[in-house]
Design a protein around this ligand. Structure first.
Ligand SMILES: NC(=O)c1ccc[n+]([C@@H]2O[C@H](COP(=O)([O-])OP(=O)(O)OC[C@H]3O[C@@H](n4cnc5c(N)ncnc54)[C@H](O)[C@@H]3O)[C@@H](O)[C@H]2O)c1
Length: 398
């Protein structure tokens, strides 16, 4: 078992002021996130609003809040300075606008909004009032996200060539009437879920352009259950993104792969807690990789010497000292790691609230950019689907 890279301690950076949260939405994710936000020093949950009374009421009891309020009453309270929105995506924009107009900082669940006009309005109001508005793309706080980012930047394995994210997700908790399947409420799979992964790959590779996309509908019900797209990044490298919500819960699984000239890195789970790096490297390369993935196990598969050090790839000469495999496994349980990311995200954003010179790892721009890619993928997938309807497979074969 490996140890995770050291995180910052829960220092009491909020000296005289505190963050007092009003929560809007209390479903499965809202509860999980609030349990972690409230563990950050100086943070308190003081009020809740939610339209689905039963779930929200249970949560209010958990936090010792006497009763639920409607959103307008909550926003009128002077003792709330930050509103956390964890309702379905179609409510993010109207609720965030109300909260910002009431002078509150806003952290809302991903996606930031359902379209770019909404996202731009939210960002413009927040900037005009010097307030925080953020989509919770907390994956940027994963130590593995940062290790991969440094791997790409350092070019230890050469140029990035190709990548994929394969998401074999469960739909066991998503009954046929769940808002998730209704594009008017969720935005569709690319928008509701894909934004996390568009954001991660943009963090690693820079801005990307969606060049092709597809969707498949479940026979019988017509639910959009699988989507796929290809994104082109600087230099022309392509990455494929697949999301399918089709699996029983116990078979929910994900894999990321980034291929470079001299090796690849594979991450497992959608909040990655495992990494495996396979590579051919010279002496400096072995050292650099062990520094990029601290605590990872190093296995040397082959050692080369003399003439056998010489190799080539992409018509470039290579000098190889070792063929190696590095394995990293966070010592945290997946859900504990997930909790760490939420606390780190919240701490980082609060620092910015109290000090505008603080450089955050995640900003409102990430919410907007990931949404823009998701909308582009959605629209290209629709076009491809329409074309397919006009020219079905049987006709293509004829
Ligand atoms: N950041 C992440 O990793 C992550 C993970 C899961 C979900 N999410 C996001 O969190 C948000 C909520 O997801 P969830 O899985 O908790 O959903 P959920 O259905 O479990 O909870 C939704 C909450 O919104 C309230 N609500 C208010 N008005 C509603 C309405 N008209 N219809 C339905 N619910 C209404 C419900 O009472 C409930 O409290 C979504 O935006 C989702 O994308 C983020």
């Amino acid at each position: 078992m490996r140890t995770a890279p050291v995180r910052e301690s829960n220092i009491d950076f909020v000296k005289s002021e505190s963050i007092r949260i009003g929560a809007v939405g209390a479903g499965s994710f809202g509860l999980f996130a609030l349990q972690h936000f409230t563990q950050v020093s100086g943070v308190h949950l003081v009020a809740m609003a939610g339209t689905h009374r039963e779930a929200a009421f249970a949560m209010a009891q958990r936090f010792g809040i006497p009763d639920l309020e409607d959103i307008d009453t909550l926003l009128a309270r002077d003792d709330i300075n930050l509103v956390y929105i964890a309702t379905p995506p179609f409510l993010h924009h109207p609720q965030a606008i109300k909260a910002l107009r009431a002078g509150k900082h806003v952290i809302c669940e991903k996606p930031l909004a359902l379209d770019l006009r909404q996202a731009d309005e939210m960002i413009a109001i927040a900037r005009g009032k010097n307030l925080l508005v953020l989509a919770n793309l907390m994956q940027r706080y994963n130590p593995l996200f940062e290790s991969v980012q440094r791997l790409v930047e350092s070019k230890v394995l050469g140029e990035f060539l190709h990548g994929f994210f394969e998401n074999y997700a469960s739909d066991e908790a998503l009954g046929p009437d769940h808002w998730f399947w209704d594009r008017t409420r969720s935005g569709g799979i690319f928008v509701e879920h894909g934004v996390h992964f568009f954001d991660m790959f943009s963090g690693w590779l820079g801005p990307g352009r969606v060049v092709a996309a597809q969707r498949t509908l479940r026979p019988g019900s017509g639910l959009e259950e699988q989507v796929n797209c290809t994104v082109s990044y600087t230099g022309g490298a392509l990455v494929n993104f697949y999301h399918g919500f089709t699996q029983p819960m116990r078979m929910d699984r994900q894999e990321f792969r980034l291929l470079f000239e001299r090796g690849d890195v594979t991450l497992n789970q959608w909040v990655p807690i495992q990494a495996r790096i396979r590579a051919v490297v010279d002496e400096q390369g072995t050292r650099a990789l062990t520094e990029l993935f601290p605590g990872a196990r190093l296995d040397v598969t082959q050692v080369f010497g003399g003439k056998t050090r010489a190799a080539s790839g992409r018509h470039k000469p290579l000098d190889i000292y070792q063929q190696i495999e590095l394995s990293y496994h966070s010592s945290e349980h997946k859900m504990h790691e997930y909790g760490d990311l939420l606390r780190e995200m919240f701490r980082d954003q609060i620092r910015w609230i109290f000090n505008r010179n603080h450089a955050r790892k995640l900003t409102e721009q990430n919410g907007r950019d990931s949404l823009a890619m998701a909308l582009e993928a959605t629209s290209l997938a629709d076009e491809a689907n329409e074309a397919l309807q006009k020219q079905p497979h049987s006709k293509l074969a004829a």
